[in-house]
Design a protein around this ligand. Sequence first.
Ligand SMILES: C[S@@+](CC[C@H](N)C(=O)[O-])C[C@H]1O[C@@H](n2cnc3c(N)ncnc32)[C@H](O)[C@@H]1O
Ligand code: SF4
Length: 342
Amino acid sequence: MFNLFEKRVDLRIDLDTRCNFKCRYCDNSDLPISSKVSIPINEIVTLFQNAEKKCWSLFLSCAGEPLLNPQLEQILNSLSINVKTPDVSMVTNGLLLNQANRKIILDSSIDRIFVSMDSLSPEIYTSWCGVSTTQFQKVFDSIEAFAEERLLSKKPPHLIVTAIAMKDTLDGLPEIARWLKKIKASAFNIQWLNHMGHEDLKQQQLSLEDPLVLKKVKQVLEEVADILKGSGVLLDYPRTISKEKIWSVFQNSKLWRNRFYYFRDAVSKWTASRRHLPCRFVTNTYYLWPDGHLKGCPADAIETENIFNGNSSLEKEIVKVEQFFSKKDNTLDACRDCPINS
Ligand SMILES: C[S@@+](CC[C@H](N)C(=O)[O-])C[C@H]1O[C@@H](n2cnc3c(N)ncnc32)[C@H](O)[C@@H]1O
Ligand code: SF4
């Protein structure tokens, strides 16, 4: 039976940390070559069985391109057999969303596919993602084909298109919304550019403290909302505590399994951030690299053993991290520098 208290973890698993894009805003290219690998197929069954016990949400990508994994079909077959209760999502750049991979995904138990599409302008897209115009067209056509095939499928996964809002892409967001309405996508997810400490990215950020920028951003988001109104395509607003964001979270919860957990996590993160509580009250999100390294917190401050080394497992390491978070005097040096604690 689904145990409400046993499943606490939101796990991000990188099926592959390699990537076939070179997006200017992404830190994938900073990863050392040695960590650019596919997850080992012989670990998948145990991993998914453990995830079924401990997780309420699974994301099958975070730092790389999941469709590059050469054993995608076996992995997704194993997912369908071993993972029954968590909400399963995958984020892809869409370049390998070809006919064969679309079928593998549509036959799998994935609940939500997020495809990143920051702009429908080939110039802007290619300049930010480091790919050719032909590749842009391939992504565009694959999303359209997926949208069509999904509607014919018995248990269609939700199709969510994600765009990064920044100076170069802001004006193009309404055009993406019109397209998503045409292809009957499930939702349009807009997120702010994270500058990750890079000066050139800071220049591209939309500084909402500037009243003129704020006015323009509000106008564009209103236009997007008007286009999508009544179309069945949900708008997921970028993260800000405003009534539009809160309303869009409620609306988008139609696309979630395990809503209880989403709301529990959202409420605990929000209250913790308002009260400046230390991170042990905040995080239940874990990141698993394909080499078996489990990050129990964003700063990777908690020591964990490699879960693929034969002596440990996802379940054991999660227990270790939870014991750390349950301590009252969390005084690791790394915690003082952690962005969540600042
Ligand atoms: C890191 S990618 C991994 C999955 C896949 N390769 C993709 O691009 O969809 C996951 C998401 O993070 C977003 N992302 C990457 N760098 C970002 C940044 N600096 N600011 C905001 N979003 C970013 C991407 O646009 C993508 O939607
Ligand atoms: S496609 Fe995804 S992982 Fe690859 S560089 Fe772009 S954002 Fe990063």
